[in-house]
Design a protein around this ligand. Structure first.
Ligand SMILES: *[C@@H]1O[C@H](CO)[C@@H](O)[C@H](O)[C@H]1NC(C)=O
Ligand SMILES: *[C@@H]1O[C@H](CO)[C@@H](O)[C@H](O)[C@H]1NC(C)=O
Ligand SMILES: *[C@@H]1O[C@H](CO)[C@@H](O)[C@H](O)[C@H]1NC(C)=O
Length: 288
């Protein structure tokens, strides 16, 4: 009897220490194979599906889970481990999915899904100092063929239209010059294609310049440190902090054999080739 009792206690201790000792990541995989079919199909099946469903490969996914857990204080809940919460969160924001769709895929209650979504969101916000890219001016010794011409330039800035659906009464405000119903989003990105600022809320009928004025007048809005500037297209006003190309010197930046014949054309060509990064960022964003 005594032996059975002590064996029982030892077993209990072992189980307990198994629960308290969780080597990260590995434990996700083990637990998960036992019961988490949703994450398995979403993330662990292959890098290809992982990239399609949560927009990052498995290595990056693991790293994010670990960062959220250690720095962002995200915890496994009674119902869900960290990886499942993160996968669900990413799946929702990657594809703009509704709670009911996730409920169907994951066999979780709507409440659990909603709660874990906000847990992950809070944790991501915790991580902003680590994850958030900051604008850094181009230095005089830059060797980047596109950017070395623009000393002290911060980033490229532009506006884009994101199509949305709105009630009929609101449509006139959202109608763009091309007759789409859309929002006007301002975006700023670094030479290596990372967004550093976005202002997404304006109606499509509003001009880019108006959105920019709003962005810089906000308390936590776009900052222009002294002596630095952003590259903007000719739709904006050339002023301190915002450098436009010369007007009236249109050129076809895509022609390989193009040789500018004046200094202004040369400047515009370099300007367009650096600024083009923001167009590529918008294109990627819309592709997602
Ligand atoms: C995963 O993605 C990161 C960032 O895009 C990349 O550096 C890494 O090589 C990728 N890993 C694999 C195994 O594809
Ligand atoms: C999960 O699936 C089981 C069995 O298929 C079902 O009985 C249960 O109600 C489901 N739970 C949720 C929250 O959908
Ligand atoms: C370029 O100059 C900065 C200071 O302006 C310096 O910190 C950096 O190391 C230099 N980079 C190279 C590649 O020389």
């Amino acid at each position: 009897m005594c032996t059975v009792a002590s064996w029982f206690l030892v077993a209990l201790g072992a189980i307990h220490s198994l629960h308290t000792y969780r080597p990260r990541i590995r434990s996700y995989i083990l637990d998960f194979y036992a019961k988490q079919d949703y994450v398995k199909r979403l993330v662990y099946a292959s890098d290809d599906t992982c990239i399609e469903q949560v927009r990052m490969n498995r290595t990056v996914f693991f790293k994010l889970c670990e960062m959220l857990q250690t720095l962002g204080e995200l915890k496994s809940s009674r119902n869900m481990l960290v990886d499942e919460q993160v996968a669900m969160f990413l799946h929702i924001i990657s594809h703009h999915l509704k709670n009911r769709v996730i409920k169907h895929h994951s066999n979780r209650s709507g409440e659990t899904i909603s709660r874990s979504f906000y847990n992950v969101l809070n944790s991501v916000i915790h991580l902003q100092d680590v994850l958030f890219k900051k604008a850094e001016p181009i230095t005089a010794n830059s060797t980047d063929p596109r950017w070395k011409w623009f000393k002290n330039c911060l980033d490229a800035l532009d506006g884009t239209h994101i199509k949305i659906r709105v009630p009929t009464v609101d449509k006139p405000r959202y109608r763009t010059r091309k007759c789409d119903i859309a929002k006007n989003m301002l975006g700023v990105c670094t030479p290596d294609m990372q967004f550093v600022y976005v202002l997404p809320g304006w109606e499509g009928s509003v001009a880019d310049g108006r959105v920019l004025r709003d962005a810089i007048s906000r308390r936590y809005g776009l900052k222009v440190p002294h002596g630095c500037y952003y590259l903007v297209d000719a739709g904006y006003t050339n002023c301190e902090g915002f450098l436009t190309p010369f007007r009236g010197h249109h050129l076809n930046e895509w022609r390989q054999d193009y040789h500018p014949s004046t200094l202004k054309e040369f400047f515009n060509m370099k300007h367009a080739s650096a600024r083009n990064v923001i167009k590529r960022c918008f294109a990627l964003l819309k592709l997602g």
